[in-house]
Design a protein around this ligand. Structure first.
Ligand code: IPM
Ligand code: MG
Length: 373
């Protein structure tokens, strides 16, 4: 019997609400898929934990997570109580970098019946995946702030125009390594091969302005592409690419982007799915410990009201099953979600319904046990 140890971090805000539905649906799946063997262990880490203990997770948190096969995370952040940069760096970014989860996979395939924003496009013609680099770029958290009064900087005071309060300046480093570029690009090309769709990889660059990091990125892309003569490749600057996501989304197959551009592009591409409540994501470390996390975050504005859309978390759970090698249950879960969305009677307000988070979770769980696997 398969045995998958899943570390569950519900996190904060709607994270806890959607993960509860994710676990409900996964347990329903276990009823109909004998031997699925999921074992969940929950960790109460996040901003609540921080307020009590002064840290987002225990010092040996990564070591603890290292005992598991995979991680299922809701979202972390409670800006009214904990500065965002502390919250996010303390859990989400710590795990992404700690386990070297370099391929952040975010599929864009609109479901039938989901709201769709583009008047002249056919949502069913759209089927692409964004692979966002997950460990480098502007997210490495390196740089510095240089404060007024700091040794060596007072001498600038005499040059300072009267309207500036200080000499303060900040540097934020964007780090790109050959290794980091190469592996995520290879992941993208391998995926294009496996998907066997348009067999096209699009590199998101900005080489016209970012002449070091993005230049390395673009050079490595051309090199990696040579090893995949059966896959077409192209590049676009990030600004133009963002526009094409709207004007020609059916063009794309696999898009590979650096950490920050990938972050922006995947909120944009989520609108093609009906919003962030519908968009799944996985931080993949091939052969290692991956983390599955819907990209929507904790949505403090709607937290606690029971109206968060759990679909993103459910599709994220399906990605997790797939990565665990449980492809048939993953397909079954996706099938159940697609049925519920297509039928439309039970949906949360963000996609035009009046149902609660739990009602959507119940509907999908019931569908999971009703479909013949
Ligand atoms: C995402 C989120 C995170 C990111 C935040 C919470 C740090 O926006 O997963 O897309 O920027 O990676
Ligand atoms: Mg984001």
């Amino acid at each position: 019997m398969a045995h998958h140890r899943v570390a569950v971090i519900p996190g904060d805000g709607i994270g806890t609400e959607v993960i509860a539905e994710g676990l409900k649906v996964l347990r329903a799946l276990e009823e109909v898929v004998p031997g699925l063997g999921l074992e969940f262990t929950e960790f109460p880490w996040g901003c609540g934990y921080y307020l009590e203990h002064g840290e987002m997770m225990p010092k040996d948190g990564l070591e603890t997570l290292g005992q598991f096969d995979t991680i299922y995370l809701g979202g972390v952040g409670w800006p009214a109580k904990v500065p965002e940069e502390i919250a996010v760096r303390g859990v989400v970014l710590a795990i992404r970098t700690g386990f070297d989860q370099y391929a952040n996979v975010r599929p864009v395939k609109p479901l039938v019946g989901a709201p769709f924003p583009l008047r002249d496009k056919d949502p069913q013609a759209i089927d692409f995946v964004v692979i966002r680099e997950g460990t480098e770029g502007l997210y490495v958290g390196q740089g510095g702030r240089y404060m007024p009064g700091q040794a060596g900087f007072e001498r600038w005071a005499s040059f300072r125009p009267a309207f500036l309060k200080s000499d303060e300046l900040a540097v934020q480093i964007g780090l790109y390594s050959e290794h980091g570029c190469r592996r995520v690009m290879e992941y993208a090309f391998d995926l294009a091969r496996r998907r066997n769709g348009k067999r096209l990889v699009t590199s998101c660059t900005k080489v016209n302005a970012l002449n070091y990091g993005m230049k390395l990125w673009s050079d490595i892309f051309e090199e990696v592409a040579e090893a995949y003569p059966d896959i077409r490749h192209e590049w676009m600057n990030a600004d133009a690419l963002a526009m094409r996501f709207v004007t020609q989304p059916e063009h794309f197959d696999v898009v590979v982007a650096d950490n920050l551009f990938g972050d922006l592009l995947t909120d944009l591409s989520a609108t093609l799915l009906g919003g962030l409540g519908m968009a799944a994501g996985g931080n993949i470390r091939p052969g290692g410990i991956s983390m599955f996390e819907p990209p929507h975050g904790t949505a403090p504005d709607i937290a606690g009201r029971g109206i968060a859309n759990p679909i993103a978390a459910l599709l994220t759970a399906a990605m997790m099953l797939e990565e665990l090698g449980e492809t048939p249950p993953a397909r079954l879960l996706e099938h159940a979600v697609a049925d519920v969305v297509r039928e439309g009677a039970i949906r949360t307000p963000d996609i035009g319904g009046a149902s609660t988070t739990q009602e959507v979770g119940d509907a999908v769980a019931n569908r999971v046990v009703a479909i013949e696997p």
